[in-house]
Design a protein around this ligand. Structure first.
Ligand code: GP9
Ligand code: MN
Length: 648
C-alpha cells in the first residue's frame, strides 16, 4: 500500500477512484434521474470516470509535489461544481445551466435560504478531499521533484478520451440523437454525467449567443413585411365570439388523423373523438386537412408552433436551444390583453424539453408537472403519468384557477413505444406483427377513454359549456420505419406522397354559443392555431409576427410548409423534390410557374422563421401599445410556491 501511495501515479489513481465513487454516490442520493434498465444504470456508474481521468489528469503535467497539490485543487473545484448543483437541485429539481446563471432570479428565488438547503450529511461529500490531503502530507516527501515522463499524463488523457468515447457511443445507442435533440437535462446527466453536461450546455450557449450577437434591429423589418403581407383578415362572423371565455387546449400525444373513424376488429378505435367529429349537436368544427410541422423537437415543436406561430428549428428543439429568447406568445398576450391566467398541465418531469425555463419566456403563469400528481406506480407508465389519472387529478387544479384561463392539457400515454398495463387495454392490438403499430391502436383507445371521462368531469365541474375547447394532435406516432405494417393498416402502398398525407393530425374546436361547422376541409396546420385563436378572442393578429393565418378567414392561405421544405396545398403537393397532383396522385412532370413560386415562398417563410429564432429578433419588435416584454422574474414554477398559492 505504502508503495502505491508513495508514487504520484498511485496518488492520482486514488484521487480518481475516490472522485468516481463520490460522484456516483451523489447521483444516487441526490438526483432523481429516472434511470431504467441495466444499460442506463451502467452508464450512470461509468460516466464519472472520463471526467476524473481528463480533469484530474491535467495535474500530472505539473512538476514534483505541485502535481499532488493540483490534483487536490482540481478535485475541490469539481466538488464545488457538483455540490452547487446538489443544492440547486434540492430546490429546483433541475441542474444549473448557463441560462439559469444569467437569470439571477433562479438564485434570488432561493430567498437567501441556501443554508437551509444544505444538509448535515453533506459533510461526507468532503471526505475524499480530506483523505487526499492526509495522503498527500504523508507521502509527498517520497515524490521526486521531477516531472513525470511526459508519456504518462498523455496516456491518462488518452484513456479519459477513450472512456468518454465508449460512454457516448453506448449512450447514443440507448437514446439515439441524444446530443442533437437534447430532450432533458436529466437525460444528459444520466447518460453523460453532471460535468459533461456543463460542457455541453456551455457550448450550446456559446453557439446560441454568437448567432444572437450578429443580429440587429433591422433584421426584423423583412420578417414583419412578410407576415403583414401574408396576414388574413378575420372572419367577421367569428371575430370576438370567444372573448373572455376559458380556453381548454388539449394536446393529443402522437395522434394521427388516420385514427379518426378507423375500425379495428370491427370496432371504432376512438369512438369518443369520432363522436365529436360527426355529431353536429356538439358544435365542433373538425379540420380534416390539418397537418403538423414538427421536427426533432416533436412535442416541444408543436407547443412552440401553436403558442407562437413560429416553426420549430430544422435541428434540435428551439425550446431547448432558444429557450432564453424573447417570445410574443399566446399566454403572455392573452394575459396582457384580456387578463387570462395560463397554465400547462403535464405528467412528466418539469425540465423535459426545458419547459421549466422556456415557459417563463412564453408567459405561462402556472406549470403543473409530475410532482403535482400522484405518481405512484399504478399511475405511471412509459414517460410518466397515465392519461386517466392525469385528467382526473387535473380537474381539481383547473377548478382552482383564476378565470378566464388558458389551460393547456398535455397527454402522454399514447407515446412511443405505446405501452399499456393489461388492465388499461380495452382493445386488442392490431395484427400486423409490428409491435409498435399494433399497440398504437390500444393506447389511442386509452386516450380516447381518458378524454371522454375528462369531458364528463368538466361538465360536472361546470367548466365545459362556456369554455372554448380546442383539440390537436402534436405529430406522427408511426414513423416511416414502420411503412410495411402501416401499408397493411391503411390498405395502400406508402409512397412519398402518401407519407406526406399521413402527417395529418386532428384539429377540432368548439366555441361556446357558436354553431360548429362539422367537417372543414381547409388545408391548415399547427402554425395557424395562434392567429385563429386570437381572432376568436377578438384580438387582431395583424400586429404580431405570426407565420400562420386564421383558418376561418376567407383569405386563409392554403399551403402547409413542412420543416424540410416540402409542402402540401389544397391542389398539389411537393415532396422530395417532386410535385404531385393531390387528386390523381400522379407526378406533375411540368410544374406551373405558380407551383415553382410556391416552393420559393415556403423556403423563404421557413428561413424567416429561423431568422427570428436564431437572431432572437422579437427582442427588437414591439407589436402594439398593449405589449409589455415578458419579465421572466415574474414567473416561478415550484411545488411549494404554487401549492401555497392554491391554498390561498
Ligand atoms: C415529454 C413528452 C413527450 O414530456 O411531452 O415528448 P415527445 O417525445 O413527443 O417530443
Ligand atoms: Mn409528442
Amino acid at each position: 500500500m505504502t508503495k502505491l501511495f508513495s508514487t504520484k501515479m498511485g496518488f492520482f489513481a486514488i484521487a480518481v477512484v475516490l472522485f468516481w465513487i463520490k460522484t456516483y454516490a451523489i447521483y444516487k442520493i441526490e438526483f432523481k434521474l429516472g434511470v431504467s434498465g441495466s444499460m442506463q444504470e451502467f452508464l450512470l456508474f461509468f460516466n464519472p470516470l472520463s471526467t476524473g481521468l481528463l480533469f484530474l489528469g491535467l495535474a500530472l503535467f505539473a512538476k514534483g509535489k505541485r502535481a499532488g497539490r493540483r490534483i487536490i485543487i482540481l478535485d475541490i473545484i469539481l466538488a464545488f461544481i457538483l455540490y452547487s448543483n446538489v443544492v440547486y437541485y434540492r430546490f429546483n429539481s433541475d441542474f444549473i445551466t448557463v441560462a439559469t446563471l444569467k437569470s439571477t432570479d433562479n438564485f434570488g428565488s432561493l430567498g437567501g435560504s441556501i443554508a437551509g438547503l444544505m444538509a448535515s450529511h453533506d459533510i461526507l461529500y468532503l471526505l475524499d478531499i480530506i483523505i487526499l490531503i492526509v495522503l498527500y502530507n504523508m507521502f509527498k516527501s517520497n515524490w521526486s521533484t521531477e516531472r513525470l515522463q511526459l508519456r504518462k499524463p498523455f496516456i491518462v488523457l488518452a484513456a479519459g478520451l477513450i472512456a468518454f468515447g465508449v460512454n457516448l457511443g453506448l449512450a447514443e445507442q440507448d437514446r439515439p440523437q441524444l446530443l442533437e435533440r437534447t430532450f432533458d437535462r436529466n437525460y444528459l446527466v444520466k447518460y453523460l454525467g453532471a460535468y459533461n453536461f456543463i460542457i455541453y450546455d456551455a457550448i450550446q450557449n456559446f453557439q446560441t449567443s454568437s448567432q444572437r450577437v450578429l443580429a440587429d434591429s433591422s433584421d426584423i423589418t423583412e420578417v414583419e413585411n412578410y407576415t403583414k403581407y401574408k396576414y388574413a383578415e378575420p372572419n367577421p362572423e367569428l371575430f370576438g365570439t370567444g372573448e373572455g371565455k376559458n380556453i381548454i387546449k388539449i394536446h393529443l400525444e402522437s395522434f394521427q388523423s388516420f385514427l379518426i373513424d378507423y375500425e379495428l376488429h370491427g370496432e371504432e378505435v376512438t369512438p369518443f373523438l369520432n363522436s365529436l367529429v360527426h355529431d353536429q349537436t356538439q358544435d365542433y368544427t373538425y379540420f380534416d386537412n390539418f397537418f403538423h410541422q414538427t421536427e426533432q423537437g416533436k412535442t416541444a415543436d408543436a407547443e412552440l408552433t401553436t403558442d407562437t406561430s413560429l416553426y420549430g428549428l430544422p435541428q434540435g428543439a428551439a425550446f431547448v436551444t432558444k429557450g432564453d429568447n424573447t417570445y410574443q406568445a399566446l399566454p403572455a398576450i392573452l394575459d396582457q390583453r384580456q387578463g387570462y391566467t395560463s397554465a400547462v398541465f403535464h405528467g412528466d418531469g418539469k425540465s423535459f424539453w426545458n419547459r421549466d425555463e422556456v415557459y417563463k419566456h412564453l408567459g405561462v403563469n402556472e406549470y403543473y408537472y409530475d410532482r403535482f400528481y400522484d405518481m405512484s406506480e399504478e399511475n405511471v407508465i412509459n414517460y410518466g403519468l397515465k392519461d386517466k389519472p392525469f385528467f382526473e387529478e387535473s380537474i381539481e387544479l383547473l377548478e382552482e384557477m383564476d378565470q378566464p384561463f388558458y389551460a393547456h392539457m398535455m397527454t402522454l400515454t399514447h407515446h412511443h413505444p405505446f405501452i399499456l398495463d393489461e388492465e388499461d387495454a380495452s382493445l386488442a392490438p392490431a395484427e400486423t406483427g409490428n409491435g409498435t403499430v399494433d399497440r398504437y391502436f390500444q393506447t389511442a383507445r386509452y386516450l380516447d377513454e381518458a378524454l371522454e371521462q375528462f369531458f364528463t368531469d368538466l361538465k360536472e365541474a361546470g367548466l365545459y359549456e362556456d369554455s372554448i375547447i380546442m383539440i390537436y394532435g402534436d405529430h406522427y406516432g408511426i414513423s416511416q420505419n414502420h411503412n410495411r405494417a402501416m401499408e397493411e393498416i391503411i390498405g395502400e402502398e406508402i409512397t412519398p406522397l402518401k407519407n406526406a398525407e399521413l402527417q395529418r393530425v386532428p384539429f377540432m374546436i368548439r366555441i361556446p354559443g357558436v354553431e360548429g361547422q362539422g367537417i372543414n376541409h381547409e388545408f391548415s396546420s399547427l402554425v395557424d392555431v395562434m392567429p385563429t385563436l386570437l381572432h376568436i378572442l377578438g384580438i387582431d393578429a395583424q400586429d404580431y409576427i405570426l407565420f400562420g393565418t386564421d383558418m376561418f378567414s376567407e383569405d386563409h392561405k392554403e399551403f402547409v410548409p413542412f420543416r424540410n421544405g416540402d409542402f402540401v396545398t389544397d391542389q398539389y403537393s411537393f415532396v422530395n423534390g417532386i410535385y404531385y397532383d393531390n387528386a390523381t396522385k400522379e407526378v406533375i412532370e411540368e410544374p406551373t410557374e405558380e407551383m415553382l413560386e410556391m416552393k420559393e415562398t415556403v423556403l423563404h417563410e421557413l428561413e424567416l422563421s429561423d431568422k427570428v429564432l436564431n437572431g432572437d429578433l422579437l427582442r427588437f419588435y414591439t407589436p402594439n401599445e398593449h405589449w409589455e416584454p415578458v419579465d421572466v422574474n415574474d414567473y416561478f414554477y415550484g411545488e411549494v410556491n404554487s401549492l401555497d398559492k392554491l391554498n390561498k
